[in-house]
Design a protein. Structure first.
Length: 357
């Protein structure tokens, strides 16, 4: 038996208002005149948070476009631009949801690795440590702040740069930054965490390490989306820790059916991660009966719309593509259904599931 020996994030600061310590945290990481580069979610352009970014010397703020999930071409363009302009940088700081944080991780790695980020989509392909990188979430749920991957859509696949060089050197968990997220977005991203927990806890890879984090994260999700009747500052604080713990849970297990199917939607239709998971989860009674029942209750209680009929009118070729991408996520299926998963989840069965979405 080979046990996973995994690399964790370097430093963590947590607390309401801790974003104000960023200047102090970054000071010792500044190398000569090389700038710190802040990749800030474009939502914050012109918003107060942008003015609070502690710029010094020739530091740069780049407002990143996260309309679509990060692509390898976008990562390459950002890294190339920085190399041409500065040679090197002191660090890359991602401020935003999972997309902005993933961009920051990937750009940091591409400052020191040759070629295209598409060359490193997979497991342990990255050759050199990136430049210093920090992640600052403004949405809670993906667990991207703790994970060893950065999910990218490339020319041939949607797959992360999974490596020991990928985790952040520093994360800044300030629940104040998530306070104004729109209700729907907050729910979709929050459900990413809920689904991570269900998939991890009900998976065949489960162990006490993953369980201890997964059960806590699940309990927090239930607290904020089921038991509490209104959203408040405490909800932001709690969900931020649920995201962290949910990420820690899957670090030592794996996600499952909802993610495997949702990846197919993301690849073909560009459906975003959080909402895609919700669209799929809505139809997974067979695999996660209790989780799906509770999920539907949360959707109703929080007054959220989950789109339906998104696969209507797709061609057979389209279905084949989605099935191919989904079936390619072998560890996810094995975690969900066991070693003999291919006997359980056939192409026909997956086709019928996509048809329902
Ligand atoms: P997101 O980063 O894609 O952002 C969704 C939307 O919310 C965007 O329009 C963004 O501008 C906006 N937004 C962000 N913060 C806001 C705020 N405080 N107020 C208002 N609007 C705000 O959403 P997400 O769900 O956090 O992340 C999804 C992404 O994360 C996907 O690209 C997915 O592939 C990735 N992901 C990565 C991992 C990982 O381990 N690396 C895990 C899960 C998901
Ligand atoms: Zn997820």
């Amino acid at each position: 038996m080979q046990f996973r020996n995994f690399k964790m994030i370097g430093y963590v600061v947590y607390g309401r208002g801790c974003f104000n310590q960023l200047d102090e945290i970054l000071a010792p990481r500044r190398v000569n005149d090389a700038p710190m580069v802040f990749l800030v979610d474009h939502f914050f352009e012109g918003k107060p948070l942008a003015n609070r970014v502690p710029l010094r010397g020739n530091d740069q703020i780049i407002f990143v476009d996260v309309t679509h999930e990060p692509k390898t071409t976008y990562v390459d363009k950002l890294a190339q631009g920085l190399k041409e302009q500065f040679g090197t940088v002191s660090g890359v700081i991602g401020i935003g949801g999972g997309s902005a944080m993933d961009l920051a991780k990937a750009v940091s790695l591409m400052m020191t690795n040759p070629g295209s980020s598409a060359d490193y989509q997979g497991w342990d392909l990255v050759k050199n440590p990136g430049v210093y990188k920090a992640g600052i979430p403004t949405l809670s749920g993906t667990g991207a702040e703790v994970s060893r991957t950065t999910v990218l859509t490339g020319p041939v696949r949607k797959l992360g740069m999974n490596s020991d060089f990928t985790p952040f050197d520093q994360i800044v968990l300030d629940p104040e930054l998530t306070a104004n997220a729109p209700v729907n977005q907050r729910f979709y991203t929050g459900m990413d965490c809920y689904i991570h927990c269900i998939e991890s806890l009900q998976g065949t890879y489960i162990n006490e390490f993953s369980k201890s984090y997964g059960e806590k994260a699940l309990d927090i999700c239930q607290e904020v989306f089921v038991r509490k009747n209104h959203w408040d500052a405490e909800s932001d604080e709690k969900l931020m820790m649920a995201s962290y713990a949910g990420g820690m849970s899957i670090a030592y297990s794996q996600v499952g059916v909802a993610h495997a199917v949702s990846y197919g939607l993301g690849y073909l239709l560009g459906t975003k991660h959080g909402i895609g998971n919700c669209i799929v989860m809505n139809h997974l009674e067979e695999y996660y009966p209790e989780g799906v029942k509770e999920f539907k209750h949360m959707v109703e209680k929080n007054n959220i719309e989950i789109p339906t009929g998104i696969c209507k009118g797709l061609s057979e070729e389209d279905f084949d593509k989605m099935i191919g991408v989904s079936m390619g996520m072998k560890p996810l299926w094995e975690n969900a259904l066991g070693k003999d998963w291919e006997k359980i989840m056939t192409r026909e069965k997956l086709r019928a599931l996509y048809d329902k979405l």
